[in-house]
Design a protein around this ligand. Structure first.
Ligand code: GLA
Length: 363
């Protein structure tokens, strides 16, 4: 049972606003293996050298709940909700989970953990659940057990992403059918070949904690903006309605970013499908600027990577990816320009922050 980490090409902070997002499943993965056990279910986090256990044979709802935000709360949430959905008590098993998705870097290590663990729990129970329903249950685990009010993007791409493709996800259509196992709202768009373009992932080393306030604050402001605009999905509000509604400064920022980012994402998916990487790159830069200046979820380290990369000949575009406030930026470059881009980004980062950022190849 394996599930990938992801980068998001574009469509940031709009999965919880009823928008479209365009994540890419990475080669970095989390894997979970099951061994038969007796009396207990144990989840071993191999990378952490830690384990969480609960009694087997009990009803999922009566399981003890670890403190929200800890890795154990993620494990308990997935075990409880998946076992309940599969109709059984907690199975007896030892589940070993190991991952090469770096933690806290915005590459969605938690969704990869959740979805691979879900697969292992189902294997231990001899059950099966459609991948889109697994995604919906894992997202519920984040909300109800881990205390993270995330959108559906990360779990959806961890469960349904395809190698060599970006996944255009219409979050409204997907969420309407996911709990019933449908995959409406999912479209796989082929990525350019490695000879044509390279996606670099630059880890700033700044660790973010989504549970830590800012994400929840943005989300609440988006919801109140949607209420005032009289829509359920903020991304679907007409742009000219913003001026007429009595929005606070923060709500205006939310609506402006959400509506613009949704439009950019649809255009970016079309550009990617048509092989127009220069256009895609321009949209990535616009997305970053909106996240930096309007939505305000970037940070100096992410901005430094984007600013350095965009000046390199052969670089199509760059932007922060994921929740922001640290983590990773992505750089889309013509294959032959990747090396120069890496050199320039690393040098600029070192000059400004007196330390190194790490660069990984995304595809
Ligand atoms: C985190 C959340 C996602 C999404 C992104 C921002 O990764 O888990 O649901 O909101 O931030 O696009």
């Amino acid at each position: 049972m394996q599930a990938p980490g992801r980068v998001n090409l574009i469509g940031e902070h709009i999965d919880y606003c009823g928008g479209h997002v365009l994540p890419v499943a990475l080669g970095l993965r989390c894997a979970a293996a099951v061994a038969a056990g007796a009396g207990m279910l144990r989840v071993h986090a191999v990378d952490l050298g830690d384990a969480w256990e609960c009694a087997a044979g009990v009803e999922p709802r009566s399981m003890p709940r670890p403190a929200p935000g800890t890795w154990r709360s993620y494990a308990a949430g997935v075990v409880s909700l998946i076992a309940e959905a599969a109709g059984g008590p907690i199975p007896a098993a030892d589940i070993f989970v190991a991952s090469d998705v770096p933690r806290g870097s915005g590459l969605s290590s938690s969704a990869a953990f959740e979805v691979s663990l879900a697969g292992a729990v189902l294997a231990a129970m001899g059950g099966a659940i459609a991948p889109s329903r697994v995604a919906a249950l894992c997202r519920r685990a984040e909300h109800e057990f881990a205390g993270v009010p995330c959108g559906i993007m990360d779990q959806a791409v961890a469960a349904l992403g395809r190698t060599g493709h970006a996944m255009l996800l219409d979050c409204v259509a997907f969420e309407a059918g996911a709990a019933a196992g449908h995959t409406d709202g999912v479209r796989h768009v082929p990525l350019p070949g490695a000879r044509e373009a390279t996606l670099l992932i630059v880890d700033t080393g700044v660790r973010h904690a989504l549970a830590g306030g800012e994400y929840a604050r943005r989300r609440a402001a988006c919801e109140s903006a949607a209420r005032k605009l009289g829509v359920t999905a903020l991304c679907r509000a007409p742009l000219d309605a913003i001026a007429r509604a009595r929005l606070t400064d923060e709500e205006t920022r939310c609506a402006t970013h959400a509506i613009g980012e949704d439009r950019r994402t649809l255009e970016a998916a079309a550009a990617l499908g048509a092989g127009e990487l220069s256009r895609l790159g321009v949209l990535m830069i616009e997305s970053h600027e909106s996240l930096r200046d309007v939505y305000r979820v970037s940070c100096p380290e992410l901005d430094s990577v984007v600013d350095a990369a965009r000046g390199v000949p052969g670089v199509f575009g760059a932007r922060m990816t994921g929740g922001g406030f640290g983590g990773c930026a992505i750089v889309l470059a013509r294959a032959g320009a990747a090396e120069a881009a890496i050199g320039v980004v690393i040098a600029a980062f070192r000059t400004r922050f007196s330390r190194d950022c790490a660069v990984l190849a995304g595809w």
